[in-house]
Write a protein that binds this ligand. Structure first.
Ligand SMILES: Nc1nc2c(ncn2[C@@H]2O[C@H](COP(=O)(O)OP(=O)(O)OP(=O)(O)O)[C@@H](O)[C@H]2O)c(=O)[nH]1
Length: 487
């Protein structure tokens, strides 16, 4: 399917357009969302709730490859069909559909100018930019569509312009963040795994309770200030939950407030029937949702920056193995856990053979490539729970938890074999380099609190020395020196 408009740079969450089925789905979604807007539209008035444009824009931005000609055509059919079904005259339906599509196309084009991470609410400035785009796309739809006000809805043009704009704004500002921050199944699984719901349930439940209580207080007390009552609870939610959960809660709270005010349940002590009061209410509620969203986005961006910083500090830049300090810290922690379990452990010391010759023959830069390839070969051969670190130079270490001696020996031999058989391709050299490694290992069954990682590494190092002395490219198991019989 050929694109009408060039899609924005391929997004991370893009998926292929699967033919007409997907187009039909988009058309049906736009039709249903438009009908919902029309059903909630007061007779002879413009719609107060119009989710179709925000849903369409959100899907196109979230999955850029949806933005094909068939999708746009299906969306147009969806808009027109919904208005025709509601009895709008045919020419007017075309005008209304054109206005809606104009707003969506404007938003879609502007999102395409924004870097992918910013677009998906992963940067500090994401919410500000998203708000700017929502204003521009709402203005585009309002400018094109507001001419229908005097003709169809008996509304003066400036009022129609304002109403169209504020309705578009509240819908896009509240619905778009939900779609833009929608986690992939992989991200959702990771988040659920990280959160320890059972142990800290109160910590995760408290902001939700506060939000419900503040909304109840807003309805009970009322008055112009009541709109701001849920703000502290929403901010608490933003500091506790992720961007997606915050955007869902903001959307529900803000739409809830707008509907409660419209229905008179929330008494704001002003006349919600007066057009400019409605304009002010909708714009105000749109802005209300931005605060918590900005906090959640800024927090997520700083957590991500900290994670990267931590990774850079704990991992060796050249080989991506754990750096010495992180290896010792994580290894000692693991050993303490194994001591509590009385489990077994194996510690391996690995040293590339004659590595100085590699540097001397091929140069230091090529030596770096060999170190990188060696580390990748070793880490590929280990299990997820094993620790692999670079102690310095061409010396590495591995901790294998909960392993029997025979299996640890098999792992060490396998590593030796894999390195021996691995051809290290060096740029500018026709024939690949073959390297070998010597490994010394120590196995402790029933780890006790007296065992330290440093002592085990020193035993493994002694075994490594023996492996080197015996001719290299081999493994050697450390054996406790036998007690000499007394006189
Ligand atoms: N390319 C590169 N070389 C390094 C790095 N760190 C240490 N080396 C080199 O690794 C070499 C280690 O040499 P030696 O300790 O003599 O050991 P060897 O030549 O591997 O000999 P054996 O260990 O006895 O088999 C030295 O030439 C160091 O300069 C690094 O980050 N990159």
């Amino acid at each position: 399917m050929k694109s009408l408009l060039r899609p924005p740079s391929p997004g991370t969450a893009a998926g292929p357009v699967k033919g007409w089925g997907l187009c039909l789905g988009i058309g049906a979604l736009v039709f249903a969302a438009s009908l919902l807007g029309i059903v909630t539209r007061p007779v002879g008035f413009m719609a107060a709730f119009w989710p179709a444009n925000a849903l369409l824009l959100g899907l196109l931005v979230r999955y850029p490859r949806l933005a094909a000609s068939g999708t746009w055509a299906a969306a147009a059919v969806g808009y027109v069909a919904a208005d025709l079904a509601a009895g709008t005259p045919p020419l007017a339906t075309l005008w209304l559909a054109a206005a809606n599509l104009c707003g969506v196309a404007m938003g879609w084009w502007l999102f395409g100018q924004v870097p992918v991470a910013t677009r998906f609410l992963k940067r500090q400035m994401s919410v500000v930019l998203m708000f700017g785009i929502c204003v521009a796309s709402s203005a585009a739809a309002a400018l094109v569509g507001s001419g229908t006000g005097p003709l169809l809805f008996n509304t003066a043009w400036p009022t129609a312009l304002g109403m169209w704009f504020c309705t578009e704004l509240i819908n896009s500002v509240l619905i778009l963040p939900v779609l833009l921050s929608l986690p992939t199944p992989q991200e959702a699984r990771r988040t659920l795994k990280k959160r320890r719901w059972s142990r800290r349930r109160w910590k995760y439940g408290a902001p939700l309770l506060a939000l419900a209580a503040s909304e109840a207080a807003a309805i009970a007390i009322g008055g112009p200030g009541a709109l701001a009552f849920p703000v502290p609870a929403l901010l608490w939610c933003a500091l506790t939950y992720g961007v997606f959960a915050t955007s869902v809660l903001s959307m529900l709270t803000c739409f809830g407030l707008a509907m409660a005010a419209g229905a008179g349940v929330l008494d704001l002590a002003f006349a919600p029937t007066h057009a400019w009061s409605v304009f002010s209410l909708r714009v105000g509620i749109s802005l209300l949702g931005l605060g918590p969203l900005s906090v959640a986005t800024a927090k997520a961006a700083s957590v991500e920056a900290m994670r990267r910083l931590h990774r850079a500090a704990s991992h060796d830049f050249l080989t991506d193995a754990l750096a010495r300090r992180a290896f010792m810290a994580q290894g000692s922690k693991l050993l303490a856990r194994l001591a509590r379990e009385r489990s077994s452990v194996a510690v391996l010391m690995l040293d590339l053979d004659h590595f100085k010759r590699v540097n001397d023959t091929y140069g230091h830069a090529q030596g770096d490539k060999v170190l990188h390839g060696f580390a990748a070969t070793v880490s590929d051969a280990l299990r997820p729970g094993d620790l692999f670190g670079r102690l310095g130079g061409e010396e590495f270490a591995v901790v294998l938890p909960r392993i029997r001696q025979a299996d640890a020996m098999a792992v060490a031999r396998r590593l030796c074999k894999q390195v021996r058989n691995h051809p290290f391709a060096l740029p500018g050299h026709a024939t690949p380099l073959h390297a070998t490694v010597s490994i010394g290992l120590v196995v402790r069954t029933g780890v006790s609190a007296q065992d330290s990682l440093g002592a085990l590494m020193s035993d493994a190092d002694a075994a490594l020395y023996e492996a080197k002395a015996a001719g290299r490219d081999r493994t050697h198991l450390y054996e406790e020196p036998r007690a000499t019989p007394g006189p």
